[in-house]
Design a protein around this ligand. Structure first.
Ligand code: ZN
Length: 224
């Protein structure tokens, strides 16, 4: 007797939607079992995000935020009110960035509105999306309250503006710190594993292993 073959469905699915004039990678992440999901970094262009909801049929249960920059969370408060869902993240050290969202929105042509997260996050916290549990990793340097979301079973992370394919986040903003960013990458992200695929805040996806080999700022060779 042979077992019937069941197609393997990944527990998490992801759709990347670049938003705002800065082409920030807003990511829709959903649990395939429950079809419940969350947007991470709903910075703007809410019409595009509504289209993604309609196309996928996902029920949005929360909005997650990596850090307080206008392109990442300018419209998060507006969208949370519209959807009637909570906001989780970033870490509270980014409060001063969130306080600037109305002003920065005018400057960058993004619908920006100050909000108060339902839940500030801390290093070592977990957040849920449907039945999936993601780890919260505090990675300061680009901003002091920047967090990364990691789903260990899928070997998948969303890292905001900490790390990009071939580059790293800017540290010339208030409370930015270059050495702190390097430490976040090498001491918080690399230990998660070379096989981890990540969505950065801008540009194409990559893996930690690829960046350790080729990144001009944080490859093992450059840092050795
Ligand atoms: Zn940023």
């Amino acid at each position: 007797m042979t077992e019937p073959q069941t197609p393997s469905v990944p527990p998490l699915k992801v759709a990347i939607i670049p938003v705002t004039p800065l082409q920030q990678n807003c990511t829709l992440v959903w649990c395939t079992k429950t079809m419940r999901g969350a947007f991470i970094d709903a910075g703007g262009d809410l019409a595009l995000l509504r289209q993604a909801i309609a196309k996928t049929g996902v029920t949005i249960e929360k909005l997650l935020v990596t850090h307080g920059h206008i392109d990442h969370c300018g419209s998060t408060g507006i969208f949370a009110r519209e959807l009637g869902v909570p906001i989780e993240g970033p870490e509270e050290a980014d409060r001063f960035w969130i306080a600037r969202l109305n002003d920065d929105g005018r400057k960058y042509g993004i619908d920006g509105e100050v909000f108060e997260p339902t839940r500030w996050l801390h290093d070592g916290d977990t957040v849920t999306i449907g039945d999936c549990v993601l780890d919260v990793v505090h990675c300061p340097g680009h901003t002091p309250g920047h967090v990364v979301f990691f789903h260990a079973p899928s070997r998948f992370a969303i890292v905001g503006d900490v790390l990009f394919q071939g580059s790293i986040g800017r540290t010339d903003f208030p409370l930015g710190n270059h050495q702190q960013l390097l430490d976040s990458i090498t001491q918080k992200l690399w230990p998660l594993g070379n096989d981890v695929t990540f969505v950065p805040g801008h540009g194409p996806v990559s893996t930690f292993g690829q960046e350790r080999q080729t990144n001009s700022y944080v490859s093992d060779y450059i840092l050795s």
